[in-house]
Design a protein around this ligand. Structure first.
Ligand code: PLP
Length: 293
């Protein structure tokens, strides 16, 4: 089924519903020809977008780093409500009816300039399967330490840009090895993030589980799901902590999960083909921390 698309631009500041089967993008659009733009991928359950504020804040930060104008939050909310109202039936799960909601800003064409899109579709079966059955992940080098990029604004550290070809290439690579996700490591073997996810590790100390994640502001994308999960865990009296984490910390942990907005939480069952400790009870508890957010 074709996605539902709403476009925001200077002629239509709060969004117009478009026919997704008609041509929508000009051939000289720099979002398309150069990947020059930013995006967010969000989850809506029963037409309510989860963590909308966190996504709008991160989108505004990405747009600021690219010096591209960003529609205001009220416009995004109105356009998203219109897209969800007009959307297809979505995907029914135990949470409710789910839709994937993508917000995108393209640099546009030299004469017309930037514009925003809201694109609503169902949730892929493979994503639901990862939530339910977990993922096999492979550790792969990022090639350089993205923490070093943070001093150079033109390297866009922490921006969620449309230039995702590397993230897609690494997923194809791990698929050829029988896995579903990659976990990038820095040159010193520090754990960074998944190709499209954040990494969360549980470690038991004196009977109590503590959650850890790599330091979010060190060149990786600060995950809104990881942030919401840690907030929920803290509210329930858990301790949480931040990296550095190394492969050994994952191998010897009491559980590793990949978190992202639509997937929510996928336990890592195998890392580099080695079985990891998994606990359906802990996964269920962590899902509970996310469920209300
Ligand atoms: N890191 C990367 C590189 C991602 O692409 C994503 C999500 O797409 C995440 C982390 C997780 O971010 P969020 O939880 O905000 O979806």
């Amino acid at each position: 089924m074709a996605p539902t698309v709403v476009r925001i631009d200077h002629n239509s500041p709060t969004g117009t519903l478009l026919d997704a089967s008609a041509p929508l993008i000009r051939i000289d659009d720099e979002g398309y020809t150069r990947g020059d733009g930013v995006f967010e991928t969000m989850l809506a359950v029963d037409s309510q977008v989860r963590k909308f504020d966190l996504h709008l804040t991160r989108l505004a930060n990405s747009a600021r780093l690219l010096k591209i104008s960003d529609p205001d939050d009220a416009a995004w909310r109105q356009a998203t409500a219109l897209a969800l109202e007009s959307a297809g039936p979505g995907t029914r799960t135990g949470l409710g009816v789910e839709h994937t909601v993508k917000l995108l800003i393209s640099r546009g064409t030299p004469d017309e300039g930037p514009y925003g899109l809201v694109i609503v579709s169902g949730v892929p079966d493979s994503t639901i399967e990862q939530r339910e059955n977990g993922v096999r992940a492979m550790l792969l080098p990022r090639g350089h330490d993205p923490a070093e990029d943070t001093s150079y604004p033109w390297l866009l550290a922490g921006a969620k840009t449309l230039s995702y070809a590397v993230n897609m290439a690494v997923l194809r690579h791990v698929k050829s090895l029988g896995a579903q996700e990659a976990i990038f490591t820095a040159s010193d073997r520090r754990i960074l993030e998944g190709a499209t996810s954040s990494v969360v590790v549980a470690r038991r100390d004196q009977g109590r589980l503590t959650l850890f994640t790599p330091e979010p502001n060190h060149g990786i994308l600060p995950g809104t799901t990881q942030g919401a999960l840690f907030e929920g865990a803290r509210d329930s009296g858990w301790d949480v902590g931040f990296g550095p984490l190394y492969p050994k910390d994952l191998m010897e942990s009491d559980g590793v999960w990949l978190t992202s907005s639509v997937r929510l939480l996928a336990p890592v069952t195998h890392l580099n083909n080695q079985a990891l400790a998994t606990s359906p009870d802990v996964t269920e508890t962590l899902m509970g921390f996310l469920r209300s957010r």
